[in-house]
Design a protein around this ligand. Sequence first.
Ligand SMILES: Cc1cc2nc3c(=O)[nH]c(=O)nc-3n(C[C@H](O)[C@H](O)[C@H](O)COP(=O)(O)OP(=O)(O)OC[C@H]3O[C@@H](n4cnc5c(N)ncnc54)[C@H](O)[C@@H]3O)c2cc1C
Length: 346
Amino acid sequence: MDILEFDSVVVGGGLSGLRTGLELSKKHNVALISKVVPIRSHSGAAQGGINAALGNHPAGKDDTPERHSFDTVKGSDYLADQDAVLFMCKEAPKIVVELESMGTPFSRFEDGKIAQRPFGGAGFPRTCYAADRTGHALLHTLYEQCVRQNVQFYNEYFLIDIIKVENQVTGIITLDLSSGNLVIFRANNVILATGGFGWIYRASTNALICTGDGVGAAFRAGVPMSDCEFVQFHPTCLHGTNILMSEGARGEGGLLYNNLNKRFMVEIAPEAQELAPRDIVARAITTEINEGRGFEEAYVHLDLRHLGREKILKRLPGIREIAIDFAGVDPIDTPIPVHAGHHYSM
Ligand SMILES: Cc1cc2nc3c(=O)[nH]c(=O)nc-3n(C[C@H](O)[C@H](O)[C@H](O)COP(=O)(O)OP(=O)(O)OC[C@H]3O[C@@H](n4cnc5c(N)ncnc54)[C@H](O)[C@@H]3O)c2cc1C
């Protein structure tokens, strides 16, 4: 059995693992372990964007990190850790600018500033995006930066268990999937960034790799678990495959209809309507279906037709491709069948 030694070991090659590895590599030698090649991590599925109070949108001039923070705390039904939220919202503009300077190809307004669009639960248009492939763009950018900074990648190595000696974590045991060999990584710092556990649910937007085995290894090692019950359900999964239909679609003006051709969100959330927080829209869609106002007792319609061909092709090309490939409908002339599903292990 091989034994390798590093200052730090990061398990996870998604956005959180890559960003952590990048920062640590400024001072440590870092091994980054991932059961898939990092750019295939589930972060690549994130479509809609990343929130930061940059105030670049003409309707967002008065946005501030404090307002971002207020929306986030309110969206959490006041359950979020408010200090953590404020910290995140104050850091967000710096982080987006940093990601831009690393080379992320963000979409832009005519004046060259990073483009922002409205998103659910946000009082101002503050979602920065790279078309509807934001996670993919960020993942490639961070991966390049890690390679540049000599992070040592161990791709297709599977974390099996955490090693503890006298109640102190001293490393991890992995399985090298290509050779079948067990490999031990010894390190003073072990960081788990192994993503979510979507596949404990029947309907999930997550990739099949989101099986929660990192969380499981931590649990077996006696690490205290916190907030596992905070699971987000997304309002709009594609009927049949559960693929995410990004909130960007509603951000761009997409509307939800039941089988009575009624926009039910107008009554449920008169102000925010289709852009109410996700839990509210997800519950509303499920209620419509459960009470017989869905189509085929399974879905409602997400209608983009009024946006017009040009806007759909320019702003929502990925959504259109997915709808055509996986549901056989072209949103330019047919509404998309959607229902709610597990989305995010918070
Ligand atoms: C369809 C979709 C769209 C989304 N859109 C947005 C959006 O627009 N904006 C937004 O902010 N968020 C969005 N999210 C949420 C966001 O994508 C996630 O919160 C984020 O990508 C999680 O990153 P991560 O690094 O924690 O996990 P992941 O990207 O899932 O990475 C987990 C990593 O851990 C590794 N790993 C796991 N288990 C093991 C193991 N046992 N051994 C070795 N390696 C292991 C995997 O190989 C992988 O590299 C979206 C989520 C989904 C599902």
